[in-house]
Design a protein around this ligand. Structure first.
Ligand SMILES: C[S@@+](CC[C@H](N)C(=O)[O-])C[C@H]1O[C@@H](n2cnc3c(N)ncnc32)[C@H](O)[C@@H]1O
Length: 463
């Protein structure tokens, strides 16, 4: 949520060229430059770098440009590891040295806290990064296209904002074992299906870091294509333990259909995070970077400062990943989540780990939480991990009334986080510390954990 006042100046014309210097990076990792009072976003330009740029689009608030020629490089610039970095767009920061990426993320969070949350004094700690910030993803959805002439499936990714396939078999964020399985799966699909391989539009792969086991899901357009033999052929690939299909026939529509059906093999893989075993089925939500999930959850647990007598709320609990860790240290945990399948996974995972002090409710937090409180439920600690849009105002209101001693807020969107921290501060919760955790190295995504405590004095009482 950046401000881009244009001071009444006429906008630059599309196609016009300027010599600029990037002043900083915006939240998406683009360089920010000024042209005649206008803010221009320039991908692949780092702060301090000078370049000749060409304006490619102009809207009401700002312009976008592409680098025509860079005339001065920043010290922090590095050569991207990935051969398709320039066309893919998935890794907005791969050209920036990793230490500088971590500093950039810390700075973005500090800025939004000062500007939006009006909390300039809350310490924002240095971002916790990875020792090896590559090949961390445990799931990918690879678009595929059948090339009838060459009788092969082309693999790659969609060019930004389009459904044009850019062919490549590499992704620097994906474990090599996954790359190998995807390439081999494409061959087996053509061997078993022939021209019917054209029905497959995505190959989806999920992998457990702890066991190496892999689930493959074939997303197909046509429910009539028999995938029995193809499924069996994929099951013989190294580490593949289960194959499923999902039917989604709308071109350009979502990748997943409504249902997922197992074709053969196991219906889940097991991932271990901080000693808890999670069963992951083809569609379950799970953190994409399991190594950093341990760092994120360890931080959240440390901020929760649980006692064995505490009752804990885990709002937006997903498949209960955090709930089960909290349950080991608390008297009781109550999870709330709107997706029924996720709650089914949470209950299954609790039973699988012999955890009996976690209970789960299906529904929206803004509806379920006030109901629980009305019924007399009390919480010593609340953990919030909402989606990008942040917490509904009714959730903040309910929490302020419920008065838990501590709140731990896990956020993947610092803009909505800043808005919610302001509301919590007005309701009597002090943000004590903010810890960014780099869940998505090489990209501009930022994840943070915030420790909040109830202020000694109730602001309503001193007014
Ligand atoms: C960022 S995920 C949290 C996942 C979980 N804490 C974890 O680490 O695995 C946010 C979750 O909130 C759920 N959600 C979205 N809006 C919701 C709402 N209004 N009430 C309850 N859950 C909601 C989503 O389905 C998703 O599972």
């Amino acid at each position: 949520m950046e401000q881009h006042m244009q001071e009444g100046a006429a906008p630059p014309k599309v196609g016009s060229r300027f010599d600029v210097e990037a002043l900083r990076l915006n939240d998406d990792g683009d360089g920010v430059a000024r042209v005649d009072g206008w803010t221009v976003f320039v991908p692949n330009l780092l702060p301090g770098e000078r370049a000749r740029i060409e304006i490619v689009s102009v809207d009401k608030q700002f312009a976008r440009a592409r680098v025509e020629e860079r005339v001065q490089d920043a010290e922090a610039r590095i050569t991207p590891a990935c051969p398709v970095h320039a066309v893919c767009g998935g890794c907005q920061l791969q050209h920036l040295a990793y230490a500088a990426q971590l500093r950039h993320k810390q700075r973005v969070v500090a800025e939004v806290m000062a500007r939006v949350a009006k909390l300039p004094d809350v310490p924002v700690r240095p971002t916790l990064g990875m020792a090896k910030p590559w090949r961390y993803r445990n799931q990918v959805q690879v678009p595929v296209e059948y090339d009838a002439k060459a009788r092969r499936l082309r693999l790659g990714f969609f060019a930004p904002n389009s459904h044009r396939l850019v062919e490549t078999e590499v992704c620097a964020l994906e474990p090599e074992a996954m790359e190998r399985v995807i390439a081999a799966a494409a061959e087996r699909l053509v061997q078993t299906l022939g021209a019917d391989a054209a029905a497959v539009h995505h190959v989806i792969v999920r992998r457990s870091r702890s066991t190496g086991d892999i689930l493959v899901v074939l997303a197909v357009r046509d429910a009539g294509v028999d995938l029995t033999q193809a499924g069996q052929a994929l099951l013989t690939l190294p580490q593949v333990v289960g194959v499923a299909r999902t039917v989604q026939s709308r071109r350009g529509g979502p990748v997943w259909g409504k249902r997922v059906e197992m074709l053969c093999g196991a219906s889940s893989i097991t991932e271990t995070i901080l000693g808890i075993e999670y069963l992951i089925s083809p569609r379950s939500f799970f953190q994409v970077n399991p190594e950093q999930a341990e760092v994120l959850y360890t931080t959240a647990l440390a901020y929760a400062q649980l006692k064995a007598t505490d009752t804990v709320l885990d709002a937006y609990c997903g498949t209960g990943s955090i709930s089960l860790l909290l349950a080991r240290a608390a008297k009781r945990v109550v999870g709330i989540e709107s997706v029924p399948d996720a709650i089914a996974d949470a209950r299954r995972n609790a039973a699988h780990n012999g955890i009996a002090n976690a209970s789960f409710h299906v529904g929206e937090v803004e509806r379920v939480l006030p109901r629980l409180l009305q019924r007399g439920e009390r919480f010593d600690v609340a953990v919030l991990d909402p989606p990008r849009k942040g917490c509904h105002p009714a959730v903040i209101e309910a929490l302020v009334d419920a008065k838990p001693q501590r709140i731990v807020y896990v956020s993947c969107n610092h803009a909505t986080l800043a808005r919610d921290l302001r509301r919590l501060a007005d309701g009597g919760y002090d943000a004590a510390e903010i810890q960014p955790v780099d869940m998505f190295p090489q990209t501009s995504h930022i994840e943070v954990v915030v420790s909040l405590r109830r202020a000694k004095e109730d602001p309503a009482a001193v007014r």
